[in-house]
Design a protein around this ligand. Structure first.
Ligand SMILES: Nc1ncnc2c1ncn2[C@@H]1O[C@H](COP(=O)(O)OP(=O)(O)O)[C@@H](O)[C@H]1O
Ligand SMILES: N[C@@H](CC(=O)OP(=O)(O)O)C(=O)O
Length: 439
């Protein structure tokens, strides 16, 4: 039995948390492969070490003094080392980091040091060998992740190891410089290690007792999800339920390895099992609800649009040329709407509008910003009549105007567009109608 255990920043924020982690690892011999994140927040007002490292790098790159921030980072690690009574000194590592900062090792290098140093501490504390992620996780020269090369190397390196600590979040490029995944990317490393080892289980330890039906920062004490499929989870994590990085699903899914989301602070809670498929019925009609703010809609009107072959392609080509991805594409007879990320769109707004004018000569183009998208996801929705009706009734009762509705063709998700300002109330209204009234 082999288990890969990834501990998030909240599980490694202090010596006290490290002790809980060791107890969890000691409790099960199968927990041999450990992927740590950088120390996270100790309380609501604290700063993640990764954020301190980014700040430190920005200051250094701007030619400003960065010593104060670096000292703060050092103190975070020293407090952990001292709290664990370890015979370990990171002075040499910090000298190297400072040297590399001056030699312009880059932003990704700076950010990666949180996981690197936490990995060294974890390896000393557990007595497990340390494997630098730079030697086993690879990106190309443009920073694009290389899954197969990584898998081959990880497989070869770990084959003879019964235990290992492999820091999350980063890897290396062909020239030896460091690249990272996007924020929250230690989840991806954990998943890659699980795939390479053909592990029986990937345990992802965090500060909540599994995936919850809704974001606990919005809904008070939301119900936990006992079992969720990869597909449902992918929809929810893509739409903002950021317990697990959205790219962490693919590697384990390839191998059919289940993921168990667990709580370091309540290790005996069952947490959430993430599986390929399940015959278990979800507890509620919906499995989960999640969403994101910051979208903009481009509404394009043109009489007889429906008979103009290639209309949609031409519009999307304009976005492609401007390097913008689209999120949703609801359409009517003479109207087509494209939902895009506001921050990306606003940088190229005028170029895109004039491009669409030139490409399809519309009667009008209207823009609306500050929109949010919410995904209501669940395998149980297929067999339940009236899901859309309940969503609309709940939102109308909460006096929320729905701008867009899009039901996936697999009937497993409904996506709605609303105003940013209604976001939290909408999530609560949907949660209440499907979960609270069902309790
Ligand atoms: N649907 C959800 N279920 C559980 N947690 C959620 C959900 N949506 C958002 N979260 C947030 O995700 C956090 C856990 O993810 P993250 O901060 O990345 O943890 P870690 O530092 O352990 O990697 C929780 O503390 C919670 O605030
Ligand atoms: N430390 C990195 C990577 C990561 O995955 O962290 P966490 O496991 O705390 O979400 C970040 O803050 O983005």
């Amino acid at each position: 039995m082999k288990k890969v255990v990834k501990f998030g920043g909240s599980s490694l924020a202090s010596a006290r948390q490290f002790k809980k982690v060791k107890a969890i690892i000691d409790a099960d011999k199968a927990r041999g492969y450990v992927v740590p994140s950088a120390p996270g927040k100790r309380d609501g007002k604290d700063t993640k070490v990764t954020d301190l490292l980014y700040q430190c790098y920005e200051a250094c790159a701007a030619g400003q003094s960065y010593k104060r921030i670096l000292d703060q980072i050092k103190k975070r690690f020293d407090d952990i080392i001292n709290g664990l009574d370890l015979d370990l000194n990171l002075d040499f590592e910090f000298d190297t980091i400072e040297e590399n900062f001056k030699n312009k090792a880059g932003r990704a290098y700076a950010a990666s040091r949180g996981e690197y140093l936490n990995g060294i501490i974890m390896s000393h504390y557990l007595g497990f060998p340390f494997v630098d992620a730079a030697d086993v996780v690879f990106f190309d020269e443009n920073g694009v992740f290389l899954p197969e090369k990584t898998n081959d190397e990880l497989e070869a390196r770990l084959a003879s190891m019964k235990q290992a600590v492999i820091p999350g979040f980063y890897g290396s490029k062909p020239d030896g410089s460091i690249a990272t995944f996007s924020r929250g990317g230690s989840d991806v490393t954990g998943s890659l290690v699980a795939r390479a080892l053909h592990a029986d289980l990937y345990e992802n330890w965090t500060d909540v007792s599994g995936f919850l039906v809704a974001d606990p920062r919005i809904v008070e004490d939301p119900a936990p999800i006992e079992t969720i499929t990869y597909r449902e989870l992918r929809e929810l994590s893509y739409m903002g339920a950021n317990v697990l990085h959205e790219d962490a699903i693919f590697p384990v899914r390839k191998e059919g390895i289940p993921i168990n989301i667990k709580n370091t602070n309540r290790p005996s809670d069952p947490g959430t099992m993430i599986v390929e498929s399940t015959s278990k019925k979800p507890s509620y009609t919906i499995t989960g609800v999640a969403g994101k703010k910051g979208f903009c809609s481009i509404v394009i009107d043109k009489a007889m649009m429906n008979s103009e072959i290639g209309f949609g392609r031409k519009v999307l080509e304009v976005l492609e040329k401007n390097n913008i991805s689209f999120e949703h594409l609801p359409s009517g007879i003479d109207t087509m709407t494209v939902y895009v990320h506001q921050s990306e769109f606003q940088e190229r707004e005028q170029a895109i509008i004039s491009g669409i004018h030139r490409a399809v000569h519309p009667d009008s183009i209207d823009l609306e910003s500050d929109l949010a998208l919410i995904a209501i996801v669940g395998r149980g929705m297929r067999s339940n009549l009236g899901v859309a009706a309940r969503i609309f009734a709940a939102l109308s009762h909460a006096r929320i105007n729905v701008k867009m509705i899009d039901q996936g063709s697999r009937e497993m998700n409904v996506i709605i567009g609303i105003r940013d300002e209604d976001f939290e109330n909408a999530i609560r209204a949907i949660y209440d109608v499907f979960v609270k009234t069902a309790l």
